[in-house]
Design a protein around this ligand. Structure first.
Ligand code: ZN
Length: 258
């Protein structure tokens, strides 16, 4: 029998190499798109609460979509070598602070990167000193918010977008601290507003109020593969199934090349 062993061995190897489908086909093999979410735990508690819910939410959504999802609080992972291996990144509750992080992010976004930013990630003011990022967001800066956090009726501006197509035309979004913007991002010809506050909300807030006006909530700057969503304050954000579907659809759009 000893004489048969080499022949048998070659035969088995040949069969394994050529006769079987890829063992991990359709699952999370190394070539699955990789999405890396950045967040901070040393900021406002309500923003941390959101991030700590967002990580398992997107982990779960990613697993179902065959996407490799990772999350980190190490913002220095925003570097060219690491970003080159990311199909998309998320900023759950903060933004890049150091010059090297900012330079790596800009390079990434200007060369085909994809980004989803929530709530405080889009906060900029006179102390931010990053004009490129303000422009990237559509030229708008934070100008105020309601307080306390409240649910708000949102209206879909573009029902055909892959981000919003599963949303009802209007829905009551879970409690959030909603930001207003100056100037209105809708004035930027590169910006496509996807969701905004319905005027029936106004005045929105008790201590601090948003009185009136056109207040975009979700939009994209069409010069980049990016979405900004103002949701992201507190632990109620994932309470609405329609909104959750929008988050999942956004993840799909980020990693797709459509
Ligand atoms: Zn907030």
């Amino acid at each position: 029998m000893r004489g048969l062993a080499p022949w048998l061995g070659i035969s088995v190897v040949t069969f394994v190499l050529h006769g079987l489908p890829t063992p991990l086909a359709g699952q999370q093999e190394p070539s699955s798109p990789r999405v890396l979410a950045f967040y901070s735990t040393n900021g406002e508690g309500d923003h941390t609460d959101f991030a700590l819910q967002a990580v398992p939410f997107f982990q779960d959504a990613a697993r179902r979509a065959g996407i490799r999802f990772e999350a980190t609080t190490r913002w220095d992972d925003l570097n060219p070598g690491n970003l080159a291996r990311c199909r998309a990144i998320m900023w759950l509750n903060d933004s890049a602070r150091s010059q090297s992080q900012r330079a790596a992010f800009r390079e990434y976004m200007e060369h085909g990167g994809a980004w989803l930013g929530f709530h405080f990630a889009g906060y900029t003011d006179s102390g931010t000193h990053w004009p490129w990022y303000v422009d990237f967001l559509g030229g708008s800066e934070y100008s105020g918010n309601n307080w306390p956090p409240l649910p708000a009726m949102l209206v879909v501006d573009d029902p055909k977008s892959p981000i919003t197509r599963h949303l009802p035309h209007r829905y009551l979004a879970p409690a959030n601290e909603w930001y207003s913007w100056m100037p209105n991002p809708r004035l930027n010809s590169h910006v496509k507003v996807l969701l905004s506050l319905d005027p029936s909300n106004f005045p929105l807030g008790l201590k601090d109020t948003i009185q009136s006006g056109d207040v975009p909530v979700v939009w994209t700057n069409t010069r980049y593969r990016m979405i900004y969503m103002n949701m992201g304050h507190g632990d109620r954000i994932f309470d609405d199934k329609f909104q959750n579907r929008m988050f999942e659809d956004s993840l799909d759009w980020l990693v797709s090349r459509r």
